[in-house]
Design a protein around this ligand. Structure first.
Ligand code: HEM
Length: 426
């Protein structure tokens, strides 16, 4: 501890490093000491204040005036001059969308763009999600082993995201190549030599997003959230500016894709590592919706989010100066014993599982949460029905080093194909 040394930063706070593998492997466990002893601390390595308890984090999400979301997509590792020059050469101009927009611009835009996310509107996408899921499972169902990330969970949410946004089929493949670069660019700590390669991928992604948007503008009556935005721009150009549309075309893919792919992989990994729980949901699929919620709580795909303090303020009794940056570790909030009894236990019947903060909270709470939930439920429905005998294979899990987006890069499972239910009852 820092007792008596006079140093304002404790030894553990000084060591905190979210780019370490230990953070990626289990963020709530990595900051357990903080939840217990020092729930608000300054991280000199990151240059951020770190907040780890449920109530403090909810308080921050609740007040988006004091705690501005403007830095949510800011590069956590500033790029060097070489990478910046590369980005400039592509006219890269990512600006505010929704997630990082302040009031009073944010709320009117959010309201105007909400309709495609309503439960009714999302129902139209369900057959597409289910058909895609079945088609991907068909490809490996007789193999006896699969990397579920590589063979299903990465691509299905990406394709769903592209359909939801309204991207024409012929542009889907090129877009797929670039989207991962954005995560490393925004939340990662790429080395100097990687930065330039990442910058080229991000630049290409940006230009491609612009081209596809131009194409969409020619047929704005087509279905899709982007086309909906284009139509809203025609009615309210001040609420939905051009800079929004181009930025959202790129940020929207990442928001809808990687978050959901990672959440699904985290959920299946967690459930299969508790075989008796997996058996329970195989026997009673009605348990799936709350199981999804509990997985989002216990092992969500967004580990932490960011806010900027716009005035001097106290958090959990600690004084934070105006201009301070905050890393709010929502995955730690989700394991806070003060809010969730026996928080480390996986309990698919937990009554307050949906209090989880993986989707954020308050006026910026994830607009796509019900689309993500629907996808995760369908994945679990199809897998528990068609491959109830799945077994999690022995493996070491690896993660892309970054503060916020978290999911295993591979998820190996195996099973006995001769015991597939579809072979038993034809
Ligand atoms: C915002 C997480 C899926 C679209 C957010 C935020 C988080 C998040 C943490 C910021 C919340 C805040 O600041 O309070 C997730 C997770 C997902 C997921 C964990 C999957 C499991 C999706 C999907 C879409 C989407 C499928 C569909 C397009 C958005 C949008 C916002 C947002 C538009 C900005 C809302 C605003 O600022 O008003 N999401 N998301 N997300 N998400 Fe998601």
């Amino acid at each position: 501890t820092n007792a008596g040394t006079g140093c304002p930063v404790s030894a553990r706070a000084a060591q905190f490093d979210p780019f370490e593998d230990a953070y990626q492997q289990d963020p709530p466990e990595y900051v357990k000491w903080s939840r217990e002893q020092e729930p608000v601390f300054y991280s000199p390595k990151l240059g951020y204040w770190v907040v780890t308890r449920y109530e403090d984090i909810k308080q921050i999400f609740r007040d988006n005036i004091t705690f501005s979301p403007s830095i949510a997509l800011e590069k956590i590792t500033p790029t060097g001059p070489e990478a910046n020059a590369v980005l400039e050469s592509y006219n890269y101009g990512m600006s505010r969308t929704l997630v990082n927009e302040d009031e009073p611009a944010h709320m009117p835009r959010r309201r105007l763009l909400m309709e495609p996310f309503t439960v009714d509107a999302l129902k139209h996408h369900e057959p597409m999600v289910r058909a895609l899921t079945r088609q991907y499972v068909d490809r490996f169902i007789n193999d006896g082993k699969a990397d579920l990330v590589e063979q299903m969970l990465w691509e299905v949410p990406l394709t769903v995201a592209l359909h939801f946004l309204g991207v024409p089929e012929e542009d889907m493949d090129t877009l797929r190549k670039y989207s991962i670069a954005h995560t490393v660019n925004t939340w990662g700590r790429p080395k100097a030599e990687e930065q330039v390669a990442v910058a080229h991928a991000v630049g290409n992604f940006w230009q491609l997003a612009g081209k596809i948007l131009e194409k969409m503008r020619k047929n704005p009556e087509q279905p899709g959230w982007m086309q909906y935005g284009i139509r809203m721009q025609q009615l309210h150009p001040d609420v939905v500016p051009d800079s929004y549309l181009h930025s959202m075309m790129m940020a929207g893919i990442v928001a809808a894709h990687e978050t959901t792919a990672n959440a699904s992989a985290n959920a299946i990994k967690l459930l299969l590592s508790h075989p008796h729980v997996w058996q329970e949901i195989c026997e009673d699929p009605n348990l799936i919706p709350n199981a999804v919620e509990e997985c989002l709580r216990h092992n969500g795909s967004v580990a932490a989010w960011r806010r900027l303090a716009t005035r001097d303020v106290q958090i959990g009794g600690v004084s934070i100066a105006a201009g301070s940056k905050l890393l709010i570790v929502s995955s730690s909030a989700n394991h806070d014993e003060r809010h969730f009894a026996d928080a480390d236990l996986l309990d698919i019947r937990r009554e307050n599982a949906s209090d989880q903060l993986t989707f954020g909270y308050g006026s910026h709470q994830c607009m796509g949460k019900n689309l993500a939930r629907m996808e995760m439920q369908i994945f679990l429905e199809e897998l528990t029905l068609r491959l109830p005998h799945l077994i999690l294979s022995e493996q070491t899990f690896t993660y892309v080093s970054n503060t916020s987006f978290r999911g295993p890069e591979h998820l190996w499972v195996h099973w006995d194909p001769s015991a597939n239910p579809e072979r038993q009852d034809p």
